[in-house]
Design a protein around this ligand. Structure first.
Ligand code: SAH
Ligand code: TMP
Length: 408
């Protein structure tokens, strides 16, 4: 095979992490589909020029985002609140035109964020290729186009709606392999005074917390301020602000504009400096990360085997796409984890990708709680722990793997 190249700089990538053969992160399936399940080698590489951390191989976007997409954003109350605040920040940012501003959201899913703009009577448009979730958005009055965003879609929007004041996105920019096409599209779509505000899981948090489960098929990139600045600079745009977020185990919100349109806030230089001080530019940091990931795997497997040998019952909480990475990398199946509880109807009654653990409705967890629950939705820990007092009061214990494998 030819040496893989960075999707941003075109320079050779150095392979830094190997998480083995993996199925689709959100590919929950039925027994009749087991024999035709898709797998690919999940390895990540790093480019010292663009500083972009990225998957070497990724399944095609159409294989991941379609009319049966399993992730519905509005399953979390905490995220609803978070996106209401994000929307308020955009509306009050001072970056929008005073009269008739237009906001475009990439990957709006079921409308969790954009509904705030719709309710405020603001002109908006969501771009969402997964038709099932786009339909939910449209049904609640969020104007949504079911397409993969790219340059041609941007041109089409400019023709029908004009240029945008704000281009917003959450947990989707890092999903798109043709990110250069997306940035070109943004440049076309955005007014000269327009801004881009998007957030994604932050590479610095992943390395620090050893949250290797943020690496899965959809996450073709894990961004940092350095890699975002490099990418947008290639297209005449610049980073003007960064704002760390608590969501998804540590995310970063990036604010960008056409070069020279706005002053650059001090937060940008501060974060760039911090990234250098934790070594995000050095290959050796990723090699250390890879060793930490191997240690995390043996700690988790040993803990689960030990509990099982004591006759304890173990279930999972949250059939996340992140859990697909952990379960397949660690080789954990239903011999260790009886079932995984999840509130998403489309996942219930199916089996987890690759290792085929049953996914059961949350009601089953409540009716027949295990001794231990592996908190696969650890990024929603605050929300979940607050509502699972009864489980804990009855002696139920949580197992987490971030920032280290432990029983809480
Ligand atoms: N913004 C939501 C959804 C994140 S999941 C949230 O933070 O909860 C990522 C979403 O991006 C999925 O709904 C997926 O269908 C969509 N998506 C993937 N590729 C896309 C593309 N090229 N253009 C627009 N949306 C895309
Ligand atoms: P995420 O970590 O990618 O956001 O996915 C969270 C998954 O966990 C999603 O499938 C919904 C599920 N979930 C629950 O089952 N119960 C909960 O309380 C929350 C917040 C999420």
């Amino acid at each position: 095979m030819n040496k893989p190249l960075c999707r941003i700089s075109g320079q050779p990538l150095t392979k830094v992490v190997d998480l083995g053969r993996q199925p689709m992160g959100n590919g929950f399936l039925l027994p009749e589909q087991f024999s035709s399940e898709y797998f690919y080698p999940m390895e990540a590489g790093f480019c010292e020029t663009s500083m972009m951390f990225q998957l070497i191989e990724q399944p095609a976007p159409e294989q991941m985002f379609h009319e049966q997409y399993a992730f519905y954003s509005s399953t979390s109350r905490f995220m609803e609140q978070h996106f209401a605040e994000f929307a308020q920040q955009v509306m009050q940012s001072g970056y929008l035109a005073k009269s008739d501003p237009f906001v475009v959201e990439l990957g709006c899913n079921d409308g969790i964020m954009l509904k705030n703009f719709a309710q405020a009577g603001m002109r908006h448009l969501g771009i969402e290729p997964s038709r099932n979730v786009a339909e939910v958005a449209n049904a609640q009055g969020v104007r949504t186009l079911s397409e993969f965003f790219a340059e041609d879609v941007a041109e089409q929007i400019v023709r029908t709606d004009g240029q945008a004041d704000a281009f917003i996105a959450a947990n989707v920019m890092c999903h798109i392999p043709d990110i250069q096409g997306v940035v070109k599209g943004i440049r076309t779509l955005l007014k000269p005074t327009g801004v881009v505000m998007f957030e994604d899981p932050y590479l610095g948090d992943v390395i620090e917390k050893i949250s290797y489960d943020q690496i899965y098929d959809e996450h073709v990139f894990l961004f940092s301020a350095h890699s975002i600045q490099y990418l947008f600079n290639l297209h005449g745009m610049e980073l003007i602000d960064v704002q760390p977020q608590k969501t998804h185990g540590g995310s970063m919100r990036y604010v960008l504009a056409h070069a020279g349109a706005y002053p650059v806030k001090e937060t940008v230089a501060q974060l760039l400096q911090q990234e250098l001080s934790i070594g995000l530019h050095r290959l050796s940091s990723y090699q250390t990360f890879s060793k930490n990931v191997e240690q995390s795997r043996s700690d988790l497997v040993n803990l689960l085997r030990d509990l099982k040998s004591q006759g304890k019952r173990i279930a999972g909480y949250g059939a996340t796409s992140k859990s697909t990475t952990i379960l397949n990398y660690c080789g954990i199946g239903s011999e260790l984890i009886e079932y995984i509880s999840d509130t998403t109807p489309i996942k219930q009654g199916k089996f987890t990708p690759g290792v085929h653990i049953p996914v059961r409705p949350y009601e089953d967890f409540k009716a027949n709680p295990p001794d231990y629950a592996v908190l696969f939705a650890w990024n929603h820990a605050e929300e979940i722990m607050a509502k699972e007092k009864a489980f804990m009061d009855a002696g139920g214990r949580w197992i987490v793997h971030v920032p280290k494998v432990q029983v809480l």
